[in-house]
Design a protein around this ligand. Structure first.
Ligand code: NAD
Length: 453
C-alpha cells in the first residue's frame, strides 16, 4: 500500500495531473471504459444481487455519464481563479482564489450502488486534479473485481488505481497518509475512517446514511405522492441511502394511504424477472431485516425466501418510535407507517433523533412544508418527490450530523477535492505608511476610520 501511495505522491508532485487537458483526457477515458464495459457491468451486478440492466443504466451508469459530461463542460469554469472584492484597508489590491487539488485521494465505496458510489467521487477527484486510490466495496464481489479490472488495465497506476479488499485491506490503507479521504458507508465505519484520517490531519468527506422520514400531510395529492414515495422506497429493494425509511402520515388519511399503497405494489408486481426488484445483498442482511419485521404489524407483504435472498415489499402499520424497526436504518423493503395528529409533536419526535440524510414532504399545504423545512435539520430532500434530488448535480449532496460531513456532485464535488488557496496581489506603486511606526495620532485616526467599529 505504502508503495502505491508513494508512487502516486511522486506523480502528483510532478504537476502532471494539474493541466485541464490532462484531467479532461482522463475523464473521457473513463467514459470510454464505462461505455465499453456496459454489458460486463450489467452482467456483474446481476450476478451480485440480480439488478436489471435497466436499473444498472438508470441508477448507476446514466448518472456517471451525466457527471462526466457536466465535469468536462464546466472544468474551465470550476478550476479557474475566482476573483473576489478587495476591502478598504487593502485598497488597491487584486484578490482571488485558486482552486488547487489536494493531492493523493482515497475513495472508499459502499455496496448498494457499487458503480455509481465508486466512480462518482472519482469523477470529482479527477476533475479537481487529484490522483486516486479507489477501494470499492468487497460485498458485491463481481462488481468489485470488474471495477478493479476496468481501472487497473487501463489507467496509469501512478494516477488512478483500484485496491480491492475488505476490512484488513481498508485498515491498512487508512494507516497511510492521504491528502483527502472520501468515504461512503455506515455510521460506525464512518467513525473509524474519521479517526484514522485525524491521525494525519487529512480532510474527509463522509457520506453516511440514516433514517430518512417522509411526511404525508392531510392535504396532499395522494395518488401522485404515493407513487413517488413507494417508487423511492422499493427501488433497489429499499437498499438506498436516501430511501424514505419510514412514513409519518396524518391519521385522517392513513387508511386511504394503506389501501392505495397495496394497490400500487400490486400494480408494480415487484419481481427479479420484471427487472424492478433486486435481492437483499447477503444472508447477514436477510437475517437482520427478518428480525425487524413484526408479523403482528404487517398489513401487506412480509414474504421471505432465504434461498432467493428475497423479501417482498412490506408495509407495517401502527408502528411507534419505540419499535425495534425504528431504532436503526432499515436499508431494506420494509415500510413502517406511523400516524400522527399534530405536526409539531411529530416534528419534535424526529428532531430528538439523529439528523437524517434525507427528508421528504408530500403535501399541498405551504405552511406545513415551510414548518418542516425550517424546523428539521437533514442532509437534503424533496417536496412531493423522493430520491430525485440526487440526480440534479446543481444541488450539493451530503448529510449533516450523524448522516455525514461535507457534500459532493457537480461543482460541490469539485470543491470537495480542492483546497481554496486565497491570494492577495498588490502593486508596488502605493505604500500606505500607517502600518509602520511611528504610530502617530493621525495614523491612529486613519486606521480607525478605515476599520470602523
Ligand atoms: P459499510 O460502512 O459497511 O462499508 C463501507 C466501506 O467501508 C466498504 O468499502 C467496506 O469495505 C469498508 N469497511 C467496512 N468495515 C470497515 C472497517 N472496520 N474498517 C475500515 N473499512 C471498513 O457500509 P455498506 O454496508 O457498504 O453501506 C451501507 C451504508 O452506507 C448505509 O448506512 C447507507 O445509508 C450508507 N450509504 C450512504 C450513502 C451516501 O451517499 N450518503 C450512499 C450509500 C450508502
Amino acid at each position: 500500500m505504502e508503495q502505491h501511495i508513494q508512487q502516486q505522491r511522486d506523480f502528483f508532485q510532478t504537476d502532471a495531473t494539474k493541466p485541464l487537458a490532462f484531467r479532461k483526457e482522463q475523464l473521457l477515458k473513463l467514459k470510454r471504459i464505462l461505455q465499453e464495459n456496459e454489458e460486463a457491468m450489467a452482467d456483474a451486478i446481476h450476478k451480485d444481487f440480480k439488478k436489471s440492466a435497466f436499473d444498472c443504466y438508470t441508477n448507476e451508469l446514466g448518472l456517471l455519464y451525466l457527471d462526466i459530461k457536466e465535469a468536462v463542460k464546466n472544468l474551465k469554469k470550476w478550476a479557474g481563479p475566482k476573483r473576489q472584492w478587495s476591502n478598504l484597508i487593502n485598497f488597491p489590491s487584486k484578490n482571488y482564489i485558486i482552486r488547487e487539488p489536494f493531492g493523493v485521494s482515497l475513495i472508499i465505496g459502499a455496496w448498494n450502488y457499487p458503480f455509481q458510489l465508486s466512480f462518482a467521487p472519482v469523477i470529482a477527484a479527477i476533475a479537481a486534479g487529484n490522483t486516486v486510490i479507489l477501494k470499492p466495496s468487497e460485498v458485491p464481489s463481481h462488481t468489485s473485481s470488474l471495477i478493479a479490472k476496468m481501472v487497473n488495465e487501463n489507467f496509469d497506476p501512478r494516477f488512478f488505481r483500484v485496491v480491492e479488499g475488505g476490512v484488513p485491506e481498508t485498515t491498512e490503507l487508512l494507516e497511510q497518509k492521504f491528502d483527502k479521504v472520501f468515504f461512503t458507508g455506515s455510521v460506525p465505519v464512518g467513525k473509524i475512517v474519521y479517526q484514522a484520517a485525524a491521525k494525519h490531519l487529512t480532510p474527509v468527506t463522509l457520506e453516511i446514511g440514516g433514517k430518512s422520514p417522509a411526511f404525508i400531510t392531510e392535504k396532499c395529492d395522494l395518488n401522485v405522492a404515493l407513487r413517488r414515495l413507494l417508487w423511492g422506497k422499493f427501488l433497489n429493494a429499499g437498499q438506498t441511502c436516501i430511501a424514505p425509511d419510514y412514513i409519518l402520515v396524518h391519521e385522517k388519511i392513513k387508511d386511504e394511504f394503506i389501501s392505495k399503497a397495496k394497490a400500487f405494489i400490486d400494480e408494480q408486481a415487484y419481481s427479479f424477472e420484471r427487472g424492478n426488484y433486486v435481492q437483499i445483498i447477503n444472508e447477514r442482511n436477510m437475517q437482520r431485516l427478518e428480525k425487524l419485521i413484526d408479523p403482528e404489524k404487517v398489513v401487506y407483504g412480509g414474504e421471505i425466501n432465504h434461498e432467493e435472498r428475497y423479501i417482498s415489499p412490506t408495509l407495517m402499520d401502527n408502528v411507534s418510535f419505540d419499535d425495534p424497526i425504528m431504532q436503526e436504518e432499515i436499508f431494506g423493503p420494509i415500510l413502517p407507517i406511523i400516524a400522527y395528529s399534530d405536526l409539531s409533536t411529530v416534528i419534535a419526535q424526529v428532531k430528538a433523533r439523529p439528523k437524517p440524510l434525507a427528508c421528504y414532504i408530500l403535501t399541498k399545504e405551504r405552511n406545513k412544508k415551510e414548518q418542516i423545512l425550517h424546523s428539521l435539520s437533514f442532509g437534503g430532500g424533496a417536496v412531493n418527490e423522493t430520491i430525485m434530488h440526487i440526480t440534479n448535480s446543481n444541488l450539493p449532496f451530503g448529510g449533516v450530523g450523524d448522516s455525514g460531513i461535507g457534500n459532493y456532485h457537480g461543482e460541490a464535488g469539485f470543491l470537495a477535492f480542492s483546497h481554496q488557496k486565497s491570494i492577495m496581489e498588490k502593486q508596488t506603486w502605493f505604500e500606505p505608511s500607517f502600518k509602520f511606526a511611528p504610530y502617530t495620532d493621525k495614523k491612529f485616526k486613519l486606521v480607525r476610520w478605515l476599520i470602523g467599529r
